[in-house]
Design a protein around this ligand. Structure first.
Ligand SMILES: *Cc1c(COP(=O)(O)O)cnc(C)c1O
Length: 212
């Protein structure tokens, strides 16, 4: 963060707590963590039932359409919107609950087979297609970079997402904001911040290796 020349409070830390038990999450909350990220709906639900509003829950993993009903109103931000059918379901369930759900669009910048997310070139069309869904609010973009030590490649990925965000901002779609750029994990968060991330999702650097 010093290297990037940016103030620390500009970057929001999401502590990724998948597989981490409640006791250790409570310790993290006591140490100042205010937001946690989960990638499975059942784990998010279970933890929400115990912790409630003590901490903000972020859904960062792939979200199945039939699981939306279980986490609606519980996740403060959903980082993984990647298809129309999911947008439709999120909108429907949000309407039923009289809420507006904040979402990020997941972009598979590096076009990795193993990862979910839209291709960079499809994002504008996607946004235009989901503008009709008034109970979801697009708040920004998310990506998972390839797991690599290749710094040039990582920088390119983060830069592409930053540029896409600027492009979307310039189009001034009604009801769409680009407040959040969720990029950067344990392996690459320093580079991501240097390239403009303002939301990092960090698990193993905080909690150690995960035991599945
Ligand atoms: C697990 C996970 C993270 C955190 O990964 P670490 O390498 O442990 O920091 C971040 N984002 C997503 C989407 C994840 O599934």
């Amino acid at each position: 963060m010093i290297k990037s020349g940016r103030a620390g409070d500009e970057v929001q830390l999401i502590a990724v707590t998948k597989t981490v038990d409640i006791h250790r999450i409570n310790e993290a909350i006591a140490a100042g963590i205010t937001s946690i990220g989960e990638n499975r709906t059942n784990e998010l639900e279970e933890k929400y039932n115990v912790l409630g509003n003590k901490v903000d829950f972020h859904m960062i993993g792939h979200l199945q359409t039939n699981k939306v009903k279980n986490i609606i109103g519980k996740a403060k931000l959903i980082h993984s919107l990647d298809r129309i059918s999911l947008a439709k379901e999120l909108d429907k369930r949000s309407k039923r609950n009289n809420i507006i759900t904040d979402v990020l669009i997941q972009v598979n910048v590096a076009e990795e087979e193993s990862k979910f997310g839209l291709r960079v070139n499809d994002v504008l069309y996607f946004i235009e297609d989901i503008l009709e869904f008034t109970n979801i609010r697009i708040r920004g973009l998310m990506t998972i970079a390839p797991y690599t030590d290749d710094k040039a490649l990582l920088r390119n990925v983060f830069r592409s997402l930053y540029k896409l965000r600027e492009d979307i901002k310039g189009r001034k779609y009604e009801g769409v904001s680009m407040d959040y750029l969720s990029m950067g994990m344990s392996n690459d968060f320093e580079l991501a911040i240097e390239e403009g991330s303002n939301m990092v999702r960090i698990g193993s650097s905080i909690f150690g290796k995960r035991n599945y």
